[in-house]
Design a protein around this ligand. Structure first.
Ligand SMILES: [Zn+2]
Length: 92
């Protein structure tokens, strides 16, 4: 089966490949925003989970990929150069 080439967009000059739902399920991580206790979710139908690195409660859209490990934005930014290698995240 021929693999479709991902569509590339740019956000603030950073190239991002937009992939199919099937390709997104193969990602190592999914960056999520925090879901602080006592605060409403950004969208009422968001799902919640926990950051695989620090354990913070995170939130994500209900249609987000299910298989990738959830990581909070803070942990993702602190380790952005190492995200490609899951071996640097022994807790994840
Ligand atoms: Zn975290």
């Amino acid at each position: 089966m021929k693999r479709e080439k991902p569509r590339r967009i740019s956000i603030d000059g950073v190239p991002i490949d937009v992939v199919s739902d099937e390709e997104a399920e193969k990602a190592n991580f999914m960056v999520c925003i925090l879901a602080p206790e006592g605060e409403p979710l950004k969208f009422a139908d968001n799902f919640t989970g926990f950051c695989c690195r620090c354990g913070a409660k995170v939130q994500y859209r209900w249609y987000a990929p299910r298989k990738p490990k959830r990581i909070c934005l803070g942990c993702a930014m602190a380790n952005v150069h190492d995200l490609a290698s899951a071996s640097v995240f022994p807790k994840c």
